[in-house]
Design a protein around this ligand. Structure first.
Ligand SMILES: Cc1ncc(COP(=O)(O)O)c(C=O)c1O
Length: 415
């Protein structure tokens, strides 16, 4: 039976306003979090408002600071990364910006050159307009890091699996170098997700993720998260509300809904991605196929250790002879959607050189591991037979002179 509520006093309009926030006192556990859309919060005393704004007492005060739905999200993200604390922001880019800005202090940032184009553009802009010091180098191994790190660097930024070169970073080795040199290590874990890889457990100072991707998982929200020690997250929190980059309650709720099925989705997509990468590798029309689950991938053993048998992820990159074939291939796909982003239920196809990495100049594109004919696939949760058939007909359209067939590998594709 529905609980009865007190009635508000006053005239018609007053009762309409006041009655709209008379809440039932719900004591039962819901199976879905509430979406707290309140942009501001009442306090018992006038002085409380100031104290809340100054962090002198716990509680909610204004929607740009935080909201209870986001608090639930922070708890689950910290738990999945086994980190003391987490925070959410309006996008993955905002999470990277805030985390690097807090950690850099007065020093320079050393960022991998195998990097998402948007992060490359963000660092470029901050260098040009905000006086950040930024250097790029290959940073997949401890030796590469040791060779590039100088006294001027205060923070190192890498991707656990690089977008879209699929280079897997030796995170434990990098964390050791950073610890010895007293430098912070920030890991963008967007491609892996916490199901596959938990950089904080491996020694990273902070993990950043575009929650737009696997955490949300349904292509319906843009968000970012960061996980790390409590003082760092507190600094990121202040940075976030001062710059106005907090995550709204509805967006936080969408991530909370997505995160519940994260492991199921990534397991399914990983199984399909392995089947697809195996088929593409056998196909004479493709050149290099980049997927950490393939024995031929240069960091296959490292990925097997880091991901501990949980799969190798949903992203597959491969090279066709040139840009014309890559674009003809993408144009011919009908199950795969031609779109940016990744990590959702729908399979997507992308020519990174002209889209996600369009900001990079020719030299940076080459050092990011992209060739003119590089194609990136984000595998969703559709039936793998349909995905393989789509790839087969798209390859046949793009390269009609070479015959082959992309087939489901022997042994099936069970997750
Ligand atoms: C590896 C990686 N990091 C960060 C981002 C940025 O995320 P957002 O678009 O949520 O700002 C992306 C977006 O594609 C990405 O692929």
């Amino acid at each position: 039976m529905e609980p009865s509520l007190p009635r508000p006093d006053g005239g018609f309009s007053t009762r309409a306003v006041k009655g709209s926030v008379i809440l039932p006192d719900v004591q039962q556990a819901p199976v879905s979090a509430g979406i707290w859309l309140s942009s501001t919060w009442g306090a018992d005393r006038s002085a409380d408002v100031g104290e809340l704004l100054l962090d002198e007492q716990p509680g909610y005060v204004y929607g740009r600071y935080d909201n209870p739905t986001a608090t639930t999200l922070h708890g689950v993200i910290a738990s999945l990364h086994d980190a003391p604390a987490a925070w959410s922001l309006a996008s993955g880019t905002a999470a990277i910006h805030a985390t690097l800005d807090v950690l850099r202090g007065t020093g320079r940032i050393l960022a991998t050159e195998q990097i998402y184009g948007g992060t490359w553009a963000l660092l470029r802009r901050m260098e040009r307009d905000a006086g950040w010091g930024v250097d790029h180098a290959p940073l997949a191994t401890a030796d590469q890091l040791a060779a590039a790190l100088t006294e001027d660097h205060t923070v190192v930024h890498v991707e656990s699996v690089a977008n879209p070169s699929m280079v897997v970073t030796d995170l434990p080795a990098l964390a050791e170098v950073c610890r010895e040199r007293g430098v912070a290590l920030v890991v963008d874990n967007t491609f892996a997700s916490p199901w596959l890889c938990r950089p904080y457990e491996l020694g990273a100072t902070a993990v950043v993720e575009s929650a737009t991707k696997f955490l949300g998982g349904h292509g319906d929200v843009v968000a970012g998260v960061v996980a790390g020690d409590a003082p760092l997250i507190d600094a990121v929190r202040r940075h976030t509300y001062e710059l106005g980059a907090s995550l709204g309650a509805f967006e936080a709720w969408l991530i909370l809904r997505g995160v519940q099925t994260l492991s199921l989705r990534v397991r399914q997509a990983s199984a399909s991605a392995l089947a697809i990468a195996t088929a593409l590798e056998r196909d004479p029309r493709t050149e290099v196929v980049r997927y950490p689950g393939l024995a031929a991938h240069p960091q296959h053993a490292l990925a097997t250790g880091l991901f501990a048998g949980r799969g190798y992820g949903a992203l597959v990159a491969f090279d066709l002879p040139g840009r014309d074939q890559a674009e003809a291939f993408a144009d011919a796909c009908s199950v795969f959607v031609r779109a940016s982003s990744l990590g959702g239920t729908h399979s997507l196809v992308l020519h990174p050189g002209s889209t996600s990495h369009r900001q990079l100049d020719a030299a940076s594109l080459a050092s990011a591991g992209l060739r003119p004919g590089t194609v990136r696939l984000s595998i969703g949760i559709e039936d793998v037979e349909d995905l393989l058939a789509d790839l087969q007909q798209a390859l046949a359209t793009a390269m009609p002179d070479v015959t082959s067939s992309v087939t489901v590998p022997a042994g099936g594709v069970d997750p």
